[in-house]
Structures are given as C-alpha cells and as structure tokens.
Design a protein around this ligand. Structure first.
Ligand SMILES: Nc1nc2c(ncn2[C@@H]2O[C@H](COP(=O)(O)OP(=O)(O)OP(=O)(O)O)[C@@H](O)[C@H]2O)c(=O)[nH]1
Length: 461
C-alpha cells in the first residue's frame, strides 16, 4: 500500500470527504483539491476495483470526440460557470450495456483462466478490467514500406524503413541492420544469409514507375553513390535459405518513448534498450564449423528493430506524463496507469508481425526482450520465435558482473567503465543508474513478470 501523501493533503482530503454536505446538487464532486491527489488517495486502499477505472477529471482531454467534451484549455478557475466542467465524469458505458457485454464475453472466454487471476496484459483482448466493446470485424492488417534509406549509426550502418498501414495513421518504422547488402556479389562468401529486404518496397508500384522513382524511395540494391545506382527487382521466388549453422536474425520490438529516447530520461530504460539492441544486432555473428576440415567463421550482424509508435506502452505521451506525476506521489508505473483508467500495457503487436513478415523475418527470429508477453504476442501472430535473448540493464551489469551474459549481451564490454551521467541513455551512450530507473526496473520484474534476475543494493527499496 502506498501512502506518500503529505499530512496537509491528507487533512484536506479528510475535510472534503467528511465535511458538511454542500447545498449545490453536485458540488461535492467538484475538484476542490488537486485531482491527482484525490486519485492517489482513492487508489491507496488495499484494493483497486474496476469502479475506480474510467473516470476522469478532464473530460475534454482524454476523449476529444466524446459526447460532452469541450476545449478545456479555455477553462478559467475564476469563472464560476466553468467550474461545472471540472467534475469527476465517468467514461464507463451504461451499466445495462456493461452487463450485456460481460455476458457475451463470458460465453467466449471459457478457455481462459479466471479474469481475477490474470495480471493486466498486452492489448485490449487480454485486459478484462476495461469496458468491452462489441467485436469489430476488421480487415486483415496490411503494411507497406513507403521508403527506405541508409543511416550511419555509432554501431554501424542501418537501413531505416518507414511503413504505412491500414490500422492507424502512425508511421511505424523498421531499423534493419544487414551490412552484407553492401558487399560486392562477386565476393560472395562461403557462409551467407538472405538479405533482409521489404517485399512491399521492392514490389513494382505501377506501370509508370521509373527507375529514379524506385531509387528515390529506397528500392535499390547495394550502396547508392553519385556513380552507382541499381534499382531492386521484386522478389519472384522465396529468398534463398541461410547457410547451415547461421543463427536466426536478432529482432527487437521497441515501443516509442519520447522521454527516454529524446530527452534522455532516467525514469525508464527505453533509451538504453534501443541503443543496446542496435549494438547487439550489429555484432558479427559466429558461425560454427560444420566439418572438421572447415574453420569457424563470422558473418556481419543482421536483424532489425521494429519501432512502434505506441508511446507510453500505448497510453500516449499526455497520459504518460500524468502517470509520472502519480509515480512521484509514490505509485509504481503499473498502478499509475490503472489510476488513470488505462491498462498496465495497452500495446498490440499485429503491426509488428506484419512488418516482420514483409521483411521476410516471420519464419524464425531470436527476440531481444525480457517481456514474456511480447513473445506470446508474436507467436499468436504466427511468427516463429526460436529464442528469447534477455536484455540485462547495463547499470545492473556494472554493479554485479555475475549478470553479464556470455552471448555478447555485455561480456567483455562490462559497463562499469562507461558509467556516465548526461545523455547516457542516448544512442551510442554508456550506462546510467539512478533511483527512478531502479524503481522502474524493479516494477518490471515484480509486477509485469519480466524475466530478469532482480538485482539492487536493497531489493526491498
Ligand atoms: N505508461 C508508462 N509507459 C512507460 C513508462 N516508462 C516507460 N514506458 C513506455 O514503455 C515502452 C517501452 O517498453 P519496451 O522498451 O518495449 O520494453 P518492455 O515492454 O518494457 O519489455 P522489454 O522488451 O523487456 O524491454 C515505451 O512506450 C515507453 O514510453 C511509464 O512509467 N509509464
């Protein structure tokens, strides 16, 4: 239980809850106190029930198109007429509809464990605490790579792919690492793996398409230069298989985190994870010798980071910022999401599955994650996850070398020497540690089921 609300605020809350009933019909529901503080108090009890969810003090913020919503930026605290806007509104469906939805859900949920025992999980399908909507019959997900370009990174060259899709209006991305695509075909090595290429990008986009059109959108092979330009051809048969002994490519599904990746926030490990994923995927891949006569060899690192634009585990930046304030009141990342009426994790991985298939990676991949929900979600999408490769936080490796893994996930590059403060979580940075980060990582392990040996100076903190 969290009770990090100071005494003055406690006294004020007690006053509003026990004071004389005001005359106006709904005035007790007006927010005389900081709404975040009341929400924190409401959730401080031993149980958070679904009756605490889907209520909001700011009707115009959460659902701009919602009936009755208004432009709250016009709200002035001194205008009594406008005070009615600052009320505690419910975003739940009417009770009759919720009961009907629950009945329909019960009949289709027989195979699942009791909702009470399930922790909040990925996507609305698994989140039984939220009001259910009638199942919509949506078209199968489709993605199209609109453009691709070379990006030199501190870890080596990468190809950035920008995708459009038929589910949302966001531009999701794939950062493909496959420097072997630059190699001269005449220097083909004994051991090789198929190039990681987008089928939708390499397809022909119409009769009038010129070679220059294709090259400008990135449908070329090799490396572009003022003297070299070769448009790609559409794939007409399945790509050649990788040589024997070549491991499946490393893949990370990463969700956008403006604070962690752009501002260098140390409230989370997102910036570090993005950097570490690019670093790990770029490492040369050892290929064992398959006969006594042959020698072991290496091939250039290959794989991809699928970068999904689902900020704040799907709740968006606005809600994540509000959640951070609740976290400063003493709540962890999961409880803060729940208090704002969100699930602990509202992300989906259908688009990631479609992008991976478009890149020809659906048949076998090694997934860089500690999050078992991501593995399940990709397998539900029909992708073959042949191995889960853990990601140990750099600061934990630096403080406890026993956590360094032998697979290049740390190893000789122990992070203690690279510990530094500013910008440490940005691409090419080192390791960083701080109390907020430790708290977040601990919550991932203890409340979100991440598969990571817990390490901290005081595990109770
Ligand atoms: N709501 C919320 N989202 C957060 C918070 N901290 C980080 N995030 C979001 O979490 C997402 C990053 O999660 P991922 O990097 O995919 O990693 P993960 O699901 O934690 O699992 P791994 O694959 O093991 O790293 C980004 O969208 C961040 O914005 C937080 O305190 N609250």
């Amino acid at each position: 239980m969290h009770t990090h609300i100071d005494d003055a605020a406690d006294a004020a809350l007690l006053e509003i809850l026990t004071g004389p009933v005001p005359k106006a019909k709904f005035s007790r529901r007006d927010a005389a106190l900081d709404p975040l503080m009341i929400a924190a108090a409401a959730a401080s009890g031993p149980h958070i029930t679904r009756n605490h969810y889907h209520h909001d003090f700011f009707p115009g913020v959460m659902l701009p198109q919602h009936e009755g919503s208004w432009d709250w930026t016009k709200w002035s605290p001194n205008d009594p007429k406008q005070r009615r806007h600052l009320t505690y509104v419910s975003r739940q469906a009417p009770r009759r509809q919720r009961l009907q939805d629950a009945k329909e859900n019960d009949s289709s949920r027989d195979a699942l464990p009791s909702p009470k025992k399930r922790r909040p999980s990925l996507g609305s399908a698994a989140d039984t605490t939220r009001p259910t909507k009638p199942v919509e019959h949506v078209k199968p997900v489709e993605v199209k790579c609109m453009a691709r370009t070379r990006i030199p990174t501190p870890h080596g060259p990468a190809f950035l792919h920008l995708y459009h899709n038929n589910r949302d209006t966001k531009e999701h991305l794939a950062i493909v690492i496959d420097p072997a695509q630059y190699a001269d075909p005449s220097e083909a090595s004994r051991v090789s793996a198929p190039p990681i290429r987008s089928q939708s990008l390499d397809a022909v986009w119409g009769d009038n398409e010129t070679e220059m059109d294709r090259i400008t959108r990135g449908a070329y092979v090799g490396r572009l230069s003022p003297t070299s330009r070769r448009a790609s051809s559409p794939l007409t048969s399945p790509p050649p298989a990788a040589s024997d002994g070549v491991p499946s490519p490393l893949v990370r599904i990463h969700s956008e985190c403006f604070t962690g990746e752009t501002v260098g926030s140390m409230r989370c490990d997102c910036g570090e994870q993005l950097d570490e994923a690019l670093r790990l995927i770029s490492q040369p891949i050892p290929v064992p010798a398959l006969s006594a006569a042959a020698a072991p060899t290496t091939i250039p690192g290959r794989g991809a980071v699928i970068y999904l634009r689902q900020e704040g585990r799907g709740i968006g930046l606005l809600s994540k910022i509000r959640a951070y304030n609740l976290q400063d009141l003493g709540h962890d990342t999961v409880t803060a999401n729940l208090m704002l009426g969100h699930g602990a994790d509202e992300r989906g991985y259908e688009l990631a599955g479609a992008i991976l298939r478009d890149l020809g990676l659906g048949g076998g991949l090694r997934l860089l994650t500690n999050n078992p929900d991501k593995v399940d979600a990709l397998q539900r999408e029909g992708l073959a996850v042949v191995e889960r490769v853990p990601m140990v936080p750099r600061s934990w490796q630096g403080r406890n070398p026993a956590l360094i893994l032998a697979n290049g996930n740390g190893g000789a590059e122990a992070w203690q020497d690279k510990d530094r403060g500013a910008g440490a979580t940005l691409i090419g940075g080192g390791a960083v540690h701080g109390a907020d980060l430790d708290k977040y990582l601990r919550t991932k392990v203890l409340r979100m089921g991440h598969i990571l040996p817990l390490w901290m100076e005081d595990p109770e903190q």
